[in-house]
Each structure stands twice: as C-alpha cells, then as structure tokens.
Design a protein around this ligand. Structure first.
Ligand SMILES: [Zn+2]
Length: 163
C-alpha cells in the first residue's frame, strides 16, 4: 500500500507541470488586416534569440543597444509602408506617422496602435518595446511634432519595412 502511493505521487505532479507549461501567455494587438486579434507572446531564451537574430540586431533588441545615428536603413526613408518588429513580425509603426528628425534615427509621432507597443521607464527616459516579444525598439521623447508632440526614436535594425 505504502509503496503504491509513493509511485503515484511523482506521476501526478509531472502531469500538472506539463499542463502549466502548455498554457502560453497571450496578448491583444491590432493586426492591420484583421483588426484586434489575440496572439501568443514570444518567449525565447537568450540562446534562442542569439540564434534567431544577427549579432547587431540581438545587441539592440535584446540588450537595449543603440545603433549609430545616420547609419540605419530607414532613417531617411519617406515613403509609405508598415514597419514591423524585426524579431516577431507584428506591425508597429506606419509610414504615415514618420517624419525626418535631425536625430539620425527613424522617428514617428505615434505608433501604428498603442496596444502593439510596451513602454517602460528607463532612468529619466521612456523605453519603447514590442508588446509581443518585448524586443527593445528605442525611446519616446516629448519633443516631436503635432498632433501628438511625441517623437518615437526607433532603431532601424529593430524594424522591417513592408509595403
Ligand atoms: Zn516583436
């Protein structure tokens, strides 16, 4: 009797742990084609991110690095399009809200949808991250143009332009 009970316990606890792991964290975002949708959050280990991203992109997006000003792919881009997260693909910014600032980084006066980004206090600055993968994008400042007065200062390498 005693022995049987001892054998059953580890099995039960093992099953519980599997059930817990299978429940993925989700988030509500705006999809440009489908409207509000629920998507799984992307959680990878450091090693998995290192494998998925180029070294510079890993440094910017996972270690909150900042690319050199005036060197990024989209700094001077003025055309239309949707700027997606370079790590997980969700739509983050629109060419309609982009402006050329003198900062040397792509600048937007608003995100495509407030639901799609995450803001976090970073010392005296406000960090901007992708809501789905929590990849670092850049910072937001209050010296932007109207109508918002905001300047989302974003690393080119954290974005992927789609038209
Ligand atoms: Zn992302």
């Amino acid at each position: 009797m005693k022995r049987r009970a001892w054998l059953l316990l580890p099995l039960a606890s093992c099953a519980k742990r599997e059930a817990f792991v299978a429940v993925a964290e989700t988030v509500r975002i705006v999809d440009i084609d489908r409207g509000m949708v629920t998507v799984d959050k992307i959680a990878k280990t450091k090693a998995e991110w290192r494998q998925a991203l180029s070294p510079t992109r890993y440094w910017v997006m996972r270690e909150a690095g900042t690319e050199q000003p005036f060197t990024g792919e989209y700094d001077k881009y003025e055309g239309p399009g949707v700027f997606r997260c370079a790590a997980c693909g969700i739509a983050l910014f629109s060419g309609d809200h982009k402006f050329i600032s003198s900062s040397g980084w792509p600048s937007f006066w608003q995100p495509l949808a407030p639901q799609n980004i995450l803001k976090r206090q970073d010392g005296d600055r406000t960090e901007v991250l992708c809501i789905r993968c929590e990849g670092h994008l850049g910072h937001v400042f209050d010296d932007g143009p109207q109508p918002t007065g905001l300047r989302y200062c974003i690393n080119s390498i954290a974005l992927k332009l789609t038209k």
